[in-house]
Design a protein around this ligand. Sequence first.
Ligand SMILES: CCCCCCCC/C=C\CCCCC/C=C/C(=O)SCCNC(=O)CCNC(=O)[C@H](O)C(C)(C)COP(=O)(O)OP(=O)(O)OC[C@H]1O[C@@H](n2cnc3c(N)ncnc32)[C@H](O)[C@@H]1OP(=O)(O)O
Ligand SMILES: Cc1cc2nc3c(=O)[nH]c(=O)nc-3n(C[C@H](O)[C@H](O)[C@H](O)COP(=O)(O)OP(=O)(O)OC[C@H]3O[C@@H](n4cnc5c(N)ncnc54)[C@H](O)[C@@H]3O)c2cc1C
Length: 593
Amino acid sequence: MEHAPKAIDVTNDVEMRTFNFFTMGIDGHPLGLHLDMAIPTILNNADEEQQKDWLPKAANREFIATYAQTEMGHGTNLKKLETTATYDPKTQEFVLNSPTITSTKWWPGNLGKSSNYAVVMAQLYTQGKCHGAHPFFVQLRDLNTHKPLKGITVGDIGPKFGMNTVDNGFLQFDHVRTPRRSMFMKHAKVLPDGRYVPPVHDKLNYSAMVFIRAAIVSGMAYHLLVTSTIAVRYSAIRRQGEITPGAGEVKVLDYQTQQHRIFPQLARGLAFRLSGQYIMKLYTQTMDDIRNGDISAVPDLHALSCGLKAVTTHHAALGLEQCRMACGGHGYSQASGFPLHYSVAVGACTYEGENMVMLLQTARHLMKIAKAIRAGQSPKSNKIVDYLFHKGPPKCLIDQAYDTNYRNVLESFEHLARRQTLEVYDKLVQLQQQGRNYEQAWNDCAVELCKATRAHVRTFLARTFVEEIDKISDLSIKSVLQDLLQLYLYYEVTECATGLLEDGFMTGQQHKYAKKKIYEALEKIRPNAVSIVDSFDFQDRELHSVLGRRDGNVYENLLKWAQSSPLNKTDVLPFHHKYLGKMMEEARQRSKI
Ligand SMILES: CCCCCCCC/C=C\CCCCC/C=C/C(=O)SCCNC(=O)CCNC(=O)[C@H](O)C(C)(C)COP(=O)(O)OP(=O)(O)OC[C@H]1O[C@@H](n2cnc3c(N)ncnc32)[C@H](O)[C@@H]1OP(=O)(O)O
Ligand SMILES: Cc1cc2nc3c(=O)[nH]c(=O)nc-3n(C[C@H](O)[C@H](O)[C@H](O)COP(=O)(O)OP(=O)(O)OC[C@H]3O[C@@H](n4cnc5c(N)ncnc54)[C@H](O)[C@@H]3O)c2cc1C
């Protein structure tokens, strides 16, 4: 063959991600930030000339870059980042500096040891004026020796809750000079003489964060589907106790409590998967629009991605823990895979914007809509929020037989989101009328604002789930997924029942009806549960779980797994006689005296 095909095309994003994923596992690797944040930043924030220079090298892995934004003192409040980039027109360079301990960059993944470049967020100063945080593409280490360049102090931040295969790092600059063109110049610019040219929208510099927030939604679907696969498979193997006395021990999956613990996680995983696809498409579309000069969708994308990120990561964290507990004692062993999956998944509650902060970002958007509604304005043909403008039915109708395509359930979610949004808006206005300033009033309403976001996101997730299942033409697949949809919708109704009952919209009887529909769905899902999780086609190496093995050979492999522990290399530990053995021997001698 003239040209033998290369095993992996490193410049092909999908191939690279798949390769990395299967060879390096799920807890991160040295190229994570390069692929997930640095390249997206180059794509969306570098101008044409910069892209031509940086992108092929980045894709070809001639360097490894990270995303260095968070500092020891500030992660959430980007306005207060302390790292400075001061333009010097004489040399046409920026001077990067870390003026305080708290300005030390802290957390960037792969900064500790792997990266030799970084996207650095720094306060841009030119002509004596600060223009806020802007991204710069900065070389940190020598390309040959990999040693830090002059003026740069860099290292690893040490072991973490999880993701310890990622070298999260710290970074300080001591008046480090970098060329003017190392500033990302697609949106904002600094001209050679130091004049600042502002961007068309001052948050376009944040697009890499928006990308990851959108990606996290599918990531959380993955974690939930993986861990429910483990829990379902193990529960179909594990036998304990009897349902009918004398009829023999049952698989624990036959217990209704077990199904109620695990199946909703499966259903949520699917819901997140479908909304994850939606938000990714919205992201791609919005980035294309921005390239064509249309920035109108930026606030909608930001609001939806923040809300989805916060809700899906929170529910994934809760769901993973349910799956672990559903596997009893063996669930607590590392052999279950849960410690790995859990410690990776919960990081997403924090990174890319702490969840409460993200909920409040979406709430800002909702408050603007509430203001427009109270001002009597009409909706603006925005599929995601228009329902807030409409009047729904005055009473909940979820128990009506004619609920085609769950319209009445969706209307219940819409009702709650609308009520919560308008009530908290009215409270905000009222507090201001009573003399509180906007920020104080906002803080006084923060918990209710978060509830409004959760209700809005629940509505979005549910609507997307219903719409996507409706599109399926294969009736046998559709029927199985409809059982999961039924479970999802009524489970969510019971999860937000307090809000639906609070204003008398839903009756106690209807709440009971929702519970009945849940139990009915659990029963329908049970016979298909193992086939459903098998259909995801996860490889054993992805699950990292003895309990979740596809072949179901749990007990034999659990024993093998334990026997392969380093502690079992010898029957007697080499230092046994020096410490525990000695202690016991001495105690025995003393008791003889
Ligand atoms: C196979 C399984 C694997 C699963 C993995 C899942 C997939 C994940 C993939 C990879 C893993 C990556 C590893 C993790 C890497 C982590 C990286 C990081 O954490 S990077 C650092 C992230 N940092 C943050 O997120 C900081 C959070 N803070 C902010 O974003 C902002 O400061 C803010 C809180 C949003 C506030 O913004 P700002 O400071 O500018 O002030 P405001 O006055 O509040 O805002 C002014 C207006 O601007 C709007 N705004 C803010 N941000 C945006 C935006 N991005 N886009 C559009 N608009 C924005 C804001 O809403 C205000 O609007 P108005 O209300 O005034 O109109
Ligand atoms: C695993 C991991 C990987 C990371 N990777 C990177 C990376 O690659 N690059 C990078 O730059 N950063 C990275 N980070 C940093 C991460 O983005 C920040 O930690 C995150 O954005 C939270 O910011 P913080 O640490 O300042 O939290 P804080 O803001 O200090 O949060 C502490 C508490 O204060 C609350 N709070 C803060 N502000 C408000 C507010 N306005 N209203 C209400 N409550 C508020 C929060 O809700 C939270 O409960 C990573 C973090 C982790 C854990």
